[in-house]
Design a binder for this molecule. Structure first.
Ligand code: SF4
Ligand code: SF4
Length: 147
């Protein structure tokens, strides 16, 4: 089973209401070793498991190493994959964008209940792109805007 170890990317990227941390702001409890209150971290932090932590993507794609967080989200009647680019240089070229979407496609193949992808560029609070299933994405790939 994987553990987050030195990664704490989600502690900066995501809004954590329980610790009054807005998006793109390091949580006040974040420290060099990860979480300074790990044994007492809020339930939302305990529950959060990005796709890497769940073992759904390759070992080398840990978010702090690659700069991208994949988060599969299951709602009532709607499920999707959030992609958060958490490092400025992680998705600047078409090649990087293609690599990100290749991983996304694999995830969608493995989880056929995922209906769409939402891409959050570095620093963005709202998605810059929302794509459907891979066949639909294929037609839209040319329009991917890299940052
Ligand atoms: S982004 Fe994933 S691997 Fe990194 S700290 Fe959060 S849950 Fe753990
Ligand atoms: S409380 Fe800990 S696990 Fe939760 S966001 Fe803050 S640093 Fe991360």
């Amino acid at each position: 089973m994987r553990t987050c170890d030195e990664c704490s990317e989600c502690c900066t990227v995501h809004l954590v209401a329980e610790t009054n941390s807005p998006m793109w702001t390091p949580c006040q409890h974040k420290c060099d070793s990860g979480c300074g209150i790990y044994p007492d971290r809020p339930p939302i932090c305990r529950a959060y498991k990005c796709a890497w932590l769940q073992g759904a993507i390759a070992e080398e794609l840990r978010p702090d190493k690659w700069g991208v967080i994949f988060n599969v989200r299951r709602g009532s009647g709607d499920s999707w994959l959030d992609i958060h680019v958490c490092r400025a240089d992680a998705m600047q070229t078409q090649q990087q964008a293609d690599a990100v979407f290749a991983v996304a496609h694999k995830l969608m193949e493995a989880h056929d209940w995922i209906g769409r992808i939402q891409l959050f560029p570095f620093g963005a609070e709202k998605p810059s792109g929302i794509w459907g299933r891979p066949d639909e994405q294929q037609a839209l790939r040319a329009n991917i805007k890299c940052r």
